[in-house]
Design a protein around this ligand. Structure first.
Ligand code: DOR
Length: 448
């Protein structure tokens, strides 16, 4: 579309703010100008007939690792944001465990510049906290940075914040949301020593959820929650993996009033410890995929609003890296292209409604991080949306994977519900299976 042009979408089933309704959407330039029925205006340049398909706001994924700079043999901002667009994710918030780490304002600016030049999706970058960068944190422009990311348990990139005084100072002094990876280091180390004593150098992958155990998760997340309560900090706990941790969160107040929030990721909802036998290290994540009972509790926690956000933790590694034996195989896997189709498949299985998917993956990340004018289908908001065909099936295969690493934990799986089109800032950037080469991406801005 040219700037100044008007797009009208007709025959859509619109999923937004707790409702599904038939209607039309009018888009002028990069914004939604009207939502209604039988909209008539002058100067329409394009009418898109959705033919009864569903339209959702573009997803906002608040936890991705796109590996640039420094780890570009695994992925780049360009390759992974392109896969995100094909998966209906129109905005992403990226993590600081790159090389160099995003722990200085200079590194943060450089990432933004690279995204401005190459990203296919709207972007923002979290700032990483370390044991010694409090001054940098306090000098940040909080209107530009979505949140602070702290690893309270080490994972890829070794960014552990393990000095309790520093941690307390950060919690006391920043107004930013503090997003945390919670796994207790000492517990993991002890469990690892025990596993080595039993198995030597040949630890089976099925030990992963016992090494990175429920206890390790609970100890760390309960300490983070206690510190947030003590200091009044705004805490967001990433990727919950256990039933036990759900007791730390509440669902009796609206998200806007919560000071402590929590998130669940696709892999912890899809896989369970029973899948290690078939999938091996391909489903090695930190925190680990746990039991079927944990998975069922996470679905319940999501539906009952103990969990506020659905994200991916998209974390690609090469096939060769993943094929190493347990102790050397890195944790993480790519997800942005398949997260929404997996959620739509879960909808067909009766696990979640379309309205809940939209609440947790579109609305709530926008509310939680104060993302300006996105995450909802609303007049005056940016026209980021996804057209989905709920009935269309899609088998995930090497040939249709867009990630630079070229593999997916869903390979061989048929997902029901496909992304037909993606509109980004008023432009079709994905249709007929192709991502447009010319990007319409913008930096996310924050309404604070
Ligand atoms: O499994 C994971 N992989 N968990 C993390 O926290 C980091 C991520 C990565 O960067 O590979």
């Amino acid at each position: 579309m040219n700037s100044g042009s008007i797009l009208k979408i007709i025959n859509a089933k619109i999923v937004n703010e707790g409702h599904v309704f038939e209607g039309e959407i009018l888009i002028e330039k990069d914004r939604i100008s009207q939502i209604g029925n039988e909209i008539t205006v002058e100067g329409i340049h394009e009418i898109f007939d959705a033919k009864g398909n569903y339209i959702l706001p573009g997803l906002i994924d608040d936890q991705v690792h796109f590996r640039e700079p420094g780890l570009t043999h695994k992925a780049t901002i360009a390759t992974e944001s392109k896969a995100a667009i094909a998966g209906g994710i129109t905005s992403f918030i990226e993590m600081p465990n790159t090389s160099p780490q995003t722990t200085t304002r200079e590194a943060w600016e450089a990432k933004n510049k690279q995204a401005e030049a190459t990203s296919f999706a709207n972007y923002a970058f979290m700032f990483g906290g370390t044991n010694d960068n409090l001054e940098e944190i306090l000098a940040l422009d909080n209107k530009k940075v979505p949140a602070l990311k702290l690893f309270l348990g080490s994972s890829t990139g070794n960014m552990l914040v393990d000095n309790p005084e520093v941690l307390r100072e950060i919690f006391r002094n920043t107004d930013l949301v503090i997003a945390v990876h919670c796994e207790d280091e000492a517990t993991i180390r002890k469990n690892m020593e025990n596993a080595i004593a039993t198995y030597g150098d040949d630890i089976p992958i099925s030990e992963h959820p016992l090494i990175r155990s429920e206890e390790a998760c609970y100890l760390s997340s309960s300490q983070a929650v206690a510190l947030a309560k003590e200091t009044g900090a705004r805490l967001h706990v990433f990727h919950l993996s256990t039933a036990k941790e759900l007791s730390l969160f509440r669902n009796d107040i609206p998200l806007k009033e919560k000071k402590i929030t929590a998130e669940v990721c696709i892999h912890h909802l899809w896989f369970s410890s029973e899948d290690y036998g078939e999938k091996g290290t391909r489903i090695k994540w930190n925190p680990a995929v746990k039991t079927k009972e944990d998975r069922a509790a996470l679905w319940e926690g999501l539906n009952s609003d103990l969990l506020d956000v659905l994200a991916t933790d998209h974390a690609p590694h090469t096939k060769e890296e993943k094929e190493n034996k347990y102790s050397q195989a890195p944790s993480g896997g790519p997800l942005v292209q398949h997260a929404l189709p997996a959620l739509l498949s879960a909808y067909h299985q009766g696990k979640i409604t379309l309205e809940k998917i939209v609440e947790k993956a579109c609305h709530n990340p926008a509310i939680l991080f104060d993302v300006k004018h996105r995450g909802f289908l609303k007049e005056g908001y940016f026209a980021d949306l996804v057209v989905v065909d709920l009935e269309k099936e899609h088998r995930v295969e090497t040939s249709n994977i867009l990630y630079k690493c070229g593999w997916s934990p869903f390979e061989g799986t048929t997902l029901k519900g496909s992304v037909e089109r993606t509109l980004l800032n008023g432009k079709w950037v994905f249709k007929e299976g192709e991502v447009a080469e010319q990007s319409a991406a913008k930096a996310l801005t924050f309404d604070r």
